[in-house]
Write a protein that binds this ligand. Structure first.
Ligand SMILES: Nc1ncnc2c1ncn2[C@@H]1O[C@H](COP(=O)(O)OP(=O)(O)OP(=O)(O)O)[C@@H](O)[C@H]1O
Length: 263
């Protein structure tokens, strides 16, 4: 199992719709995906998919339910762990709670190929927590200078505070392919100059498309609503690239469970 945390620094850059459509693209590649909705913002995974899960992670932390029982299966073949406001509690677990959760996770996660965390916007300890939990991290930004600056700030803080070194970059809402590559080059230039220990890899750019907005309004993934549009073709390409990327040794369910206990 690969665990991937997706965060953005700035809010409203399309992180949640990216997580949903990337997950769907991975399922189309025969991967079994579980989304962990760790976003405290308003644009939650359940709202975007038009679902209303009854239970969330708080029921697990209270000991009322097991993790396996709160996993919500959608019609899209993607499963979801709704975290709700329990996300905050997750970052303050006792050693006992961590051990219990580890045991439950071992059982609940064993059949998944990907666990994808949709982290909140901002650079809070909460976001960094999921960055540490994930074996891999995707930072998503748009071509807006404030979004690029916030993406860089997120990478910088993750490295300075927690020595996190590997990141993928996705640029959303681009007008043309070159725009995304240019932004990656800009970020790479600054990163190589000031944070040379870091490795920043480019996963790709997703075009701006009205279809994405239409899909969100209809509470349907854009990959299904407009499968032949450039945004959908690009998300498929990103999923394929991600799948082919050789995960590091620190990956896998065992390594993930070790991190759960050590954080
Ligand atoms: N490729 C795109 N083309 C056009 N509009 C887009 C694209 N991606 C996202 N959007 C628009 O951006 C808005 C924000 O998207 P989304 O809610 O996924 O962002 P977010 O980063 O998860 O937000 P938050 O920070 O609130 O969690 C949506 O209204 C969506 O319509």
């Amino acid at each position: 199992m690969r665990s991937i945390a997706v965060a953005s620094g700035k809010g409203g850059v399309g992180k949640t719709s990216f997580v949903i459509n990337l997950s769907l693209a991975l399922t189309q590649l025969q991967q079994k995906v579980l989304i962990f909705d760790a976003d405290l913002g308003l644009a939650n995974v359940d709202v975007m998919l038009g679902i209303s899960p009854k239970y969330d992670i708080r029921y697990v932390l209270n000991g009322e339910m097991s993790l396996k029982d709160i996993i919500y299966s959608t019609d899209y073949n993607i499963d979801i762990i709704p975290a709700g406001s329990g996300v905050v509690e997750l970052t303050h677990l006792t050693s006992m709670q961590k051990l219990l959760l580890k045991e439950q996770m071992e059982e609940a996660f064993k059949n998944y190929d990907y666990l994808i965390f949709d982290a909140s916007a901002g650079i809070s300890e909460n976001v960094l927590f999921f960055f540490l939990l994930g074996g891999e991290r995707i930072v998503i930004c748009t071509p807006e200078p404030t979004s690029i600056a916030d993406a860089y700030a997120l990478i910088k803080v993750a490295y300075k505070k927690h020595r996190i070194k590997d990141f993928y970059l996705v640029v959303n809402m681009i007008n043309q392919e070159e725009d995304g590559k240019k932004i990656y080059q800009q970020l790479l230039y600054v990163q190589e100059k000031f944070l040379p220990e870091i490795k920043l890899s480019y996963l790709g750019g997703i075009p701006y498309d009205e279809c994405v907005k239409k899909a969100i309004r209809s509470q349907v993934p854009y990959l299904l609503m407009c499968p032949d549009k450039p945004c959908s073709l690009k998300i498929k390409e990103i999923a394929y690239k991600l799948m082919k990327y050789n995960p590091q040794a620190s990956q896998g369910l065992e390594a993930f469970l070790e991190r759960v206990v050590s954080l």
